[in-house]
Write a protein that binds this ligand. Structure first.
Ligand SMILES: Nc1ncnc2c1ncn2[C@@H]1O[C@H](COP(=O)(O)OP(=O)(O)OP(=O)(O)O)[C@@H](O)[C@H]1O
Ligand SMILES: [Mg+2]
Length: 265
């Protein structure tokens, strides 16, 4: 963040957003696997809870395809036409409710502060009967991404071991630490060559955050690069419903850790 941007944030702090009972899946860089991780965690958590997956990539919906549902309506109708958010939930037979985003709706790409507050107020209402809410964010550090990270209990930062992905994950952590110091941030290293590759990537970002931001990071899990992920996306069937590959085992480990978090209260 530029110094003048940081100063402006301090002088004009955003009004508080409602707290949402759940976690968001974000990461800074595009294409690191945020949507695949969010959808598969939602399916695993549905074994013991009533998760609601929220596609916050508002103008470029993807979660419906990865989950394998065909929504009849989406957040465009909620944000642009005032339709109740409850009425656009698409239920997957796997026990996951999806609040779908729109595809190719330019007006949703940059929401204003008021629209964002209305959207989050609707999500807060949904969170009274379903938890956890799982927010799949777009790439970048835009307003809705930072708002999503500030609203939830836990922020899952997905990165790959690529230097560009690590740089973007660090940039995100830096902006978040300025916006909401001490937020619970947990790293998922995706598309790792092997365990050692993933651990080395985590050690690097943890060291940089410690040195420059004076804050620690937790490791939530390492997901290996696994061709079965792309095959599952092509078939529109969540990976974790198929053969237990190494990536499935890793996702199960992450879901088990998240089951231990108290989302409300
Ligand atoms: N562990 C993995 N191994 C191999 N391929 C993977 C893995 N995880 C994700 N992918 C592939 O990476 C691609 C991008 O995944 P995904 O759409 O989940 O990323 P994203 O971070 O949500 O992207 P965007 O920033 O566009 O929202 C997909 O085609 C998926 O098949
Ligand atoms: Mg995505």
């Amino acid at each position: 963040m530029m110094p003048d941007q940081a100063a402006s944030l301090r002088q004009h702090p955003a009004p508080p957003l409602p707290r949402l009972p759940g976690f968001c899946v974000t990461g800074g860089k595009g294409g690191v696997g945020k949507t695949c991780v969010a959808v598969n965690l939602a399916v695993l958590l549905a074994q013991t809870a009533k998760p609601l997956l929220v596609d916050l990539d508002l103008g470029l919906a993807n979660a419906d395809l990865v989950l394998g549902v065909e929504p009849a309506a989406n957040l465009a109708e909620v944000i642009l036409a005032g339709r109740p958010i409850e009425s656009v939930i698409a239920e997957s037979p796997l026990g996951v409710g999806l609040v779908p985003a729109a595809s190719g709706v330019d007006a949703l790409a940059n929401l204003g502060q008021q629209e964002l507050h209305r959207l989050f107020a609707g999500l807060e209402r949904l969170g009274r009967t379903r938890a956890p809410l799982i927010l799949d964010t777009p790439a970048g550090i835009g307003r809705e991404v930072i708002a999503a990270c500030r609203a939830v209990r836990v922020v899952c930062v997905v990165m790959t071991p690529e230097p560009t992905a690590m740089a973007d994950a660090y940039a995100l952590v830096k902006v978040l630490e300025q916006a909401q110091p001490g937020q619970d941030l947990r790293v998922i290293v995706n598309m790792a060559r092997d365990q050692q590759d993933g651990l080395a990537a985590f050690a690097r970002i943890r060291a940089v955050c410690q040195k420059h931001l004076g804050r620690s990071l937790d490791l939530l899990g390492i997901i290996p690069r696994d061709e079965a992920v792309a095959t599952a996306v092509r078939r529109r069937k969540p990976l974790v419903t198929g053969t237990p590959t190494p990536a499935v085992h890793a996702l199960q480990g992450i879901a088990a850790k998240l089951r231990g978090v108290a989302w409300t209260g």
